[in-house]
Ligand binder design. Sequence first.
Ligand SMILES: CCCCC/C=C/C(=O)SCCNC(=O)CCNC(=O)[C@H](O)C(C)(C)COP(=O)(O)OP(=O)(O)OC[C@H]1O[C@@H](n2cnc3c(N)ncnc32)[C@H](O)[C@@H]1OP(=O)(O)O
Ligand code: NDP
Length: 302
Amino acid sequence: MSSPNTTGAGRYTTVFRDGLFDGQVIVVTGGGSGIGRCTAHELCRLGASVALIGRRVERLEAVRGELAVHGGEASVHACDIRDEDAVRASVAAVRAEHGRIDGLVNNAGGQFPAPLEKISANGWDAVVRTNLTGGFLMAREVYSQQLHATGGSIVNIIADIWGGMPTMGHSGAARAGMLNLTETAACEWAAAGVRVNAVAPGWIASSGFDTYDEAMQAELRRLKDKVPLGRYGTEAEVSAAIVFLLSPAAAFISGSCVRVDGAVPNNRHTWNGPVSTRSVPFDGFPLATMPTALREYGSDDS
Ligand SMILES: CCCCC/C=C/C(=O)SCCNC(=O)CCNC(=O)[C@H](O)C(C)(C)COP(=O)(O)OP(=O)(O)OC[C@H]1O[C@@H](n2cnc3c(N)ncnc32)[C@H](O)[C@@H]1OP(=O)(O)O
Ligand SMILES: NC(=O)C1=CN([C@@H]2O[C@H](COP(=O)(O)OP(=O)(O)OC[C@H]3O[C@@H](n4cnc5c(N)ncnc54)[C@H](OP(=O)(O)O)[C@@H]3O)[C@@H](O)[C@H]2O)C=CC1
């Protein structure tokens, strides 16, 4: 990394050196908003062409327009990453349009807040397919159609899954699965010169926050004060971690996860979720039963 690179009025400000991704083609899922959009801007600023994938084509087109203002080249591919045929076709379209793929940012994702007992099987599937199956399909297709032959790098965006995630159990489970998938793919695909890593954002002030209702927004305001670094993260701070992992600076890093969370998992008592933390009435301390239990196992009364 060099000193902050701010040349060019209105262009993306990056700490990485000019031309770091010259000639490369990087696929960014969820590239029409938030962290994905920011990452697309930074990669284009560094010389890459990007392929933007998401469901809503108008958002992807808007980002393509922004990038073009500063000479960035992007293609747009409307695709629900849960749809296997659509993923296969989109990856093929990227190769047809750009001629190659060098990297994948598996960023598309999301969920709805709900306690476990209120999640239907269909709701569970919708979230798990969005945050685990879709990421798998994208990685498999990018690997099978391109990276197995040329090498490259994959970065999977997960979340702060180090602990329970009340009201986001479906997403937490899916993203924990994505971390393990990252570790497995890093082993299986290393021989092909493919590195696979994860980035785990904590609470990042992005367009993703806009999808939550007022109760959740209130909870987010409360949580901010409990982040050891004292604030939300920014989209750019997540993008920088993604770019680092894609870059040659991370040539010996695979199967790892970079947390971008202001140290929240080190302060885990902060997360209670927007649920009651009131103690359930309780009329005895379990130690009182221990001697009986120990006798049952034959350890103290022989
Ligand atoms: C580890 C936790 C991470 C913590 C921090 C994370 C922050 C962020 O992720 S910020 C980014 C947030 N952005 C989003 O979440 C936007 C993307 N979300 C979505 O697109 C959707 O919420 C979806 C993918 C989860 C569902 O999309 P879709 O397949 O279109 O869903 P359907 O409307 O078809 O419904 C399917 C199924 O799910 C049930 N459902 C949907 N919303 C809710 C809800 N609010 N509460 C309860 N259930 C819900 C819906 O009812 C359907 O089930 P059935 O009714 O049984 O058919
Ligand atoms: N912001 C935060 O605090 C955190 C975010 N994350 C994760 O980081 C990633 C980016 O989030 P952020 O930028 O904040 O939120 P956004 O909601 O802005 O971004 C999510 C993107 O994913 C796309 N997407 C969602 N579902 C699908 C799908 N089935 N197929 C294709 N594209 C899809 C959306 O586009 P479209 O709807 O048009 O398809 C959207 O562009 C997400 O995975 C998010 O869950 C994780 C932890 C914290």
